[in-house]
Design a protein around this ligand. Structure first.
Ligand code: ZN
Length: 266
């Protein structure tokens, strides 16, 4: 699933591609991806509205429109936004005032589109913890101190800190040299500091390289992001650690694959 760096990349790509343009028509080829309102109201609410501003909250994109409404896009597992689109196999095609289309593709149909009067009232948005860049060291330290859960699922808990998923949780813990099963409240202060720094360092590096194209993630142009080649542990089970040559291990935590080096990470 696209995580913070991928969705941030899409946001920046969209700003260059479609900001200020008008949606002339929305063609809904599969209504399953429209969560609210109904398809007719969704189409009607979009038509004629210009894209005024593009925001990102955690892994969610928000397109604020000139008519006061917002198009909220959660890509989930296989969602893609492609411009200029081809219309082929797209679930929703947004026709724009420049004669081109923005296509919403979603092979597995887990994606969610909403047209809302106030995106801030969305329950999911209200439940989000701070963006990594907004979290202070004092807040971070205080929260870890109270949590007895394993650190890796905690990093992925969107109510604690928003935007980190399975790829970056593994990469961040490798950078901080911390084992994914360690309990948050048992980390030493020095480790918490390393972890705090690793979160922003890894996410910023991933944004710089336009995210990780694992599974279906592509940029708005359809091109892949370039960060996979910088992965140190994610999806590298059985391969030698790039630091110490120990074989990277894969375990399951909360139903998700977790990758780590048993020598570099303590
Ligand atoms: Zn190692």
């Amino acid at each position: 699933m696209p995580e913070l760096p991928e969705v941030e990349t899409i946001k920046r790509d969209l700003e260059k591609a479609i900001l200020g343009k008008k949606i002339t028509e929305a063609c809904v080829h599969n209504p399953k991806v429209i969560r609210e309102p109904g398809v007719a109201a969704f189409k009607k609410g979009l038509e004629g509205a210009a894209i005024k501003e593009i925001l990102r909250k955690a892994k969610v994109l928000i397109l604020e429109l000139s008519n006061g409404k917002s198009l909220v896009v959660h890509l989930k597992m296989t969602g893609q936004l492609v411009y200029p689109g081809s219309g082929k196999q797209s679930r929703v095609v947004f026709h724009l005032s420049d004669g081109k289309t923005l296509d919403f593709n979603d092979q597995r149909l887990f994606g969610e589109l909403r047209l809302l009067d106030d995106w801030r009232s969305l329950k999911f948005i209200q439940g989000l913890g701070p963006e990594p860049a907004d979290l202070t060291w004092q807040q971070f330290r205080a929260i870890l101190h109270k949590k007895k859960t394993a650190i890796k699922p905690l990093l992925m808990d969107q109510t604690f800190i928003s935007g980190i998923g399975n790829i970056y949780a593994s990469e961040i813990l490798f950078r901080a040299k911390i084992r994914p099963e360690r309990r948050a409240n048992e980390l030493r202060d020095k480790e918490k500091r390393l972890l705090f720094k690793a979160i922003n360092d890894i996410l910023n590096a991933a944004i710089l390289h336009a995210g990780s194209s694992v599974d279906d993630y592509v940029r708005v142009s359809g091109k892949k992001g370039g960060y996979v080649k910088y992965h140190r542990v994610y999806d590298r089970q059985g391969k030698p650690c790039l630091v110490c040559k120990t074989k990277i291990k894969k375990i399951s935590q909360g139903g998700r694959g977790t990758y780590f080096c048993s020598k570099c990470q303590k």
